[in-house]
Design a binder for this molecule. Structure first.
Ligand code: NAP
Length: 309
């Protein structure tokens, strides 16, 4: 029987792992399909306190995992098939194996939102991607015009990163000003290799018949004019959807699918706590996720002390 199982190894999950490990609870930490979470797909993280020069996202997450393991966390590359929260102990099936635990910290994070336009899914990995740092350096994108969609920090970060490889980057945004933070927006707008395409949406990715991205079809939302923009790649950065499907109907979710919390990190099921982007539609920062992970760990420790000491 485990004392604590943590689902997710992003900032929230690994911070919860550090705290519960230091408390002597030897947490079992399940990575899911993306060990280290979405931050491993980012380039430089400039706003995590303690790193004045910035730190590579992958390195930050690797260090967090090492810190957790140093205190006794058991990190397994595994995915949860199902969770039975109807009684005590909590029962999980993890890659086909049954696991029982007294407490559960859900830190499942969020995945990339898709545009849901024709050609997007057909051309995924053939020029459509959701991660510039993962794919931007691929030969098919080198010295080619590329399109990024979105107006937030992610889109600005991706567009800026892609200027290293692309002949030109078009940043397509559905409004006439960026949602991104000032520093990211200013940097993006000042970059001579980035051209803004305002008030526009991608309505189709071309060319499914050719089996690769040759361009995108655009619609200007103010004029309704349509056009085609030739490009070799489409980088979609239009936000995220929370990874909460496993708990639908069991834990409370809001209209957008994010976990709704009770007091602190608690849920309506005793012994089950939630942390990070899967429960945060507002801040969604590495440091806020880490803070939520810390809170969930403390809540789990206190629950165990009250019920199982
Ligand atoms: P976001 O802030 O939610 O921005 C999503 C962008 O996509 C918005 O500009 C939105 O347009 C647009 N959008 C949404 N759905 C769309 C659709 N169907 N078609 C076209 N455009 C669509 O998401 P994010 O940029 O991924 O950032 C998420 C969080 O991570 C934020 O809190 C951000 O600050 C943080 N982050 C921080 C850093 C950093 O500090 N280095 C880097 C990356 C992300 P509207 O503006 O019109 O809504």
């Amino acid at each position: 029987m485990e004392q604590v199982v943590i689902i997710g190894t992003g900032c929230a999950g690994l911070t919860a792992a550090i705290y519960t490990a230091r408390a002597g609870l030897a947490p079992l930490v399940l990575t899911g399909i993306l060990p280290g979470g979405l931050l491993t797909t980012t380039s430089i993280v400039e706003n995590f306190p303690g790193f004045p020069e910035g730190i590579d996202g992958y390195e930050l997450m690797t260090r967090m995992q090492q810190q957790a393991e140093k205190f006794g966390a058991k990190v397994n590359f595994a995915t949860v098939d199902s969770a039975d929260l109807s009684g005590t102990p909590i029962r999980l099936v993890v890659d086909g194996e049954a696991i029982e635990t007294r407490t559960l910290i859900v830190a499942t994070g969020a995945g990339h939102r898709h545009l849901d336009v024709p050609g997007e899914s057909e051309l995924e990995k053939q020029g459509v991607t959701y991660c510039a740092t993962c794919d931007g350096a691929l030969p098919m994108f080198r010295n080619q015009p590329l399109v990024v969609v979105g107006g937030g920090d992610s889109a600005c970060e991706e567009a800026t990163y892609l200027t290293r490889f692309a002949s030109k980057v078009y940043l397509v945004h559905r409004r006439d000003h960026l949602r991104a933070s000032h520093i990211m927006a200013d940097r993006t707008l000042a970059n001579p290799k980035i051209e803004m395409v305002w008030d526009s949406v991608v309505t189709e990715v071309l060319d499914v018949k050719a089996g690769k991205v040759t361009g995108v079809r655009l619609r200007n939302l103010k004029t309704d004019a349509t056009s085609e923009l030739p490009c070799a790649g489409l980088f979609v950065a239009v936000g995220h959807v929370p990874n909460t499907a496993l708990f639908k109907g069991v834990l409370d979710l809001d209209d957008h699918g994010y976990f709704q919390l009770g007091r602190g990190s608690s849920t309506r099921v005793p012994g089950v706590f939630v942390a990070g982007d899967c429960a945060d539609q507002v801040y969604r920062q590495a440091i806020t996720a880490a803070g939520m992970g810390c809170a969930a760990a403390i809540d789990a420790e206190r629950y165990l002390a009250a019920h199982h000491s």
